[in-house]
Design a protein around this ligand. Structure first.
Ligand code: 2P0
Length: 323
């Protein structure tokens, strides 16, 4: 009745933003991501008959806000197993939580994998991806390694809304250099921000209309191993997502001045012939994606930018694993 799983964070190159069904957590658009090797959550789940309620310890502290989402997700596992036993969940991230580094993606992917293993449920990776999605949309992608596509799906019950692997990490081993510009937790969580965007941004319909073409372009760039083409679509998707957030009411701005300085630096590097592009999630950190040979140059440049408090370099990693 106890298991531990490790799942890695992922970053979307074609972004998920907006929900088709908030209750089932079905995304309004598909997305495409890369799984990161060095940023992970390690989560232990123990079904314990003497417990009166579920408990969650996140990075060494009880976390009541996150517990609600964890319980809702574990309820799905309990339903599959036909039990009501409460769980003790202990989870640890080896990177800042809730700061736009996809901690909910790795956290919920590890949670459902550990929970299913603890209950000895025989469950396909696809079904695991659906369960992870119920916890956090981006978590559906962290079940798999390398390059991953998330399908929005079209069924009302969300049964065709899951991720699938596109290409193994080793087949195109890009590097990601992450410039940390703040360690603070973000002020507006992704879930709330997506709701405000869908309800108020005048650009939301255009976002929905252009997403499928963005995924197709990204898939062909990956097929061609073309960094410039993948970068063009990834930066466009990222900037569209942030334009949605900024054009919402009330407006949501995830960036700080160092975020913009990093964007400038990446563009300047590219003008100098370095094959690098940026992406930014629901936070102020900038992720620069490049080929292995350029990673040290990119890291050196980003580290010198005022306001950059740390730089993390990582390759692409594997899907969720039971430890
Ligand atoms: C993504 N993000 O595709 C986008 C881009 C952040 C920016 O998915 O409400 O925490 O739990 O499904 O997965 C972050 O959103 O949102 C996210 P929920 P989640 O990576």
């Amino acid at each position: 009745m106890r298991a531990t799983a490790r799942a890695r964070a992922n970053i979307a190159l074609v972004k998920y933003w907006g929900k088709a069904d908030a209750g089932l957590n079905v995304p309004a658009v598909g997305s495409l991501s890369i799984t990161l090797d060095s940023l992970h959550s390690e989560t232990s789940v123990e079904f314990e008959p003497t417990l009166e309620c579920d408990t969650l310890t996140l990075d060494g502290q009880a976390d009541a806000a996150a517990l609600e989402r964890v319980t809702a997700c574990v309820d799905l596992l309990r339903e599959s197993a036909g039990i009501a036993t409460r769980v003790r969940v202990v989870s640890r991230n080896n990177f800042p939580t809730g700061a736009g580094l996809a901690s909910s993606a790795s956290g919920f992917a590890a949670l459902v994998a550990a929970g299913a293993a603890a209950l000895d449920l025989s469950i396909s990776p696809q079904a695991l991806s659906i369960l992870a999605r119920r916890g956090s949309g981006s978590a559906a992608r962290s079940i798999f390694g390398g390059y991953v596509e998330m399908h929005a799906g079209s069924r009302d019950d969300g049964s065709d809304s899951f991720a699938e692997p596109l290409l193994e990490a080793a087949a195109w081993p890009l590097r990601v250099v992450i410039a940390i510009t703040s360690r603070d937790r973000k002020r507006v969580g992704s879930t709330a921000a997506m709701g405000v965007t869908a309800a108020t941004s005048p650009y939301y319909p255009a976002w929905l209309a252009t997403s499928a073409a963005d995924i197709d372009s990204a898939k062909s760039a990956i097929g061609d191993r073309n960094v410039a083409a993948l970068g063009a679509i990834a930066e466009s998707s990222c900037l569209k997502m942030h334009a949605l957030a900024m054009s919402s009411s009330p407006p949501i701005i995830y960036w700080n001045s160092a975020t913009i300085a990093c964007i400038d630096a990446v563009r300047a590097l590219r003008n100098d012939g370095v094959g690098v592009f940026f992406t930014i999630d629901a936070g102020p950190q900038v992720k620069a994606v490049c080929v292995t040979e350029d990673a040290a140059t990119v890291a050196d440049v980003l580290r010198e930018i005022p306001g950059v408090v740390d730089v993390i370099e990582t390759g692409l990693g594997a899907g969720v694993e039971i430890c």
